[in-house]
Design a protein around this ligand. Structure first.
Ligand code: 5RP
Length: 263
């Protein structure tokens, strides 16, 4: 691997081989998502606990100070919205030149396997990988399901992750699912877990993150279940305990509860 590529990946993936990325990119198709209405207010208290920030260029430039030292994964796909015809019909929104100007550690885009726009999104990934390899910028592929959350099973996600890795993604972000080991085993590059819509209890989040880590994921890219929680700092600290300290879900709950007391 080229030095620049290796160095950028090392900025994100910590010396223990694990990573906690905080995604705040949801507005690129959802608009002002609940508790991300004013991104700066959501992001600032959480930044000290994140190994990376998944974000669009617009929110990066307007809501994150340039002296911030948290590595950036730049969301570079989009062009669709919740109220439009098809979320899968994404294009590449941001040039590699811009990614370099913004001094990012990686770029990320969604692929929509099994949709009418499967080919376009996979060719978007291939094009981005070609450019990323030229400049030493890793590409994170996101296996997106749009509104069809029921698609999240091991067979489908393993298919998506493997295709993304075959096309050259350096890292793949996908959903946790039952039999998650099948997803990780079939994917020759590191797998990071997304969170999905907020679940009912903190414990459910700790359980799936712990299970995914045990089954070979290198970390999370988890947004709504952090910043839509009433105690987002307590939540991210508890997740850090699982990801970087090997805490069990019970131990993570303890971290969360003590964070709650601190407010
Ligand atoms: C939105 C994304 C998000 O980064 C991803 O879904 C993770 O966030 P969450 O945990 O809220 O699902 O790709 O398009």
């Amino acid at each position: 691997m080229q030095w620049g590529m290796a160095n950028r990946l090392a900025q994100l993936i910590q010396s223990d081989g694990h990573v906690l990325i905080l995604p705040v990119d949801h507005g690129y198709f959802q608009g002002p998502t609940r508790r991300l209405e004013e991104p700066r207010k959501t992001i600032e208290p959480l930044l000290p606990y994140a190994d990376g920030l998944f974000i669009t260029r617009g929110v990066l430039r307007s809501c994150v100070d340039a002296n911030n030292s948290v590595p950036v994964v730049l969301r570079v796909s989009g062009g669709t919205s919740m109220v439009g015809k098809d979320l899968a019909n994404e294009g590449i929104t941001t040039s590699m030149e811009e990614a370099i100007r913004l001094n990012v550690s990686a770029v990320g885009l969604s692929v929509f396997v099994g949709t009418d726009y499967e080919k376009e999104s996979l060719l978007n990934l291939s094009k981005l990988v070609n450019e990323g390899e030229r400049y030493g910028i890793p590409v994170m592929a996101v296996t997106a399901v749009g509104k069809e959350l029921e698609k999240r099973d091991a067979r489908y996600l393993a298919l998506c992750c493997r295709i993304a890795a075959e096309l050259g993604a350096r890292v793949v972000k996908t959903y946790w699912c039952e039999d998650f080991e099948k997803v990780v085993t079939g994917c020759p590059v590191p797998v990071i877990m997304a969170g999905g819509p907020r679940v009912d209890t903190e414990r459910e989040v700790f359980d799936f993150v712990y299970d995914g880590m045990q089954k070979g994921a290198i970390g999370v890219n988890l947004g709504r279940n952090v910043w839509q929680n009433d105690f987002p700092v307590a939540m991210i600290r508890a997740l850090r305990a699982i990801i970087h300290e090997g805490a069990t879900p019970v131990e993570a709950e303890e971290v969360y509860k003590s964070g709650q007391k601190e407010g």
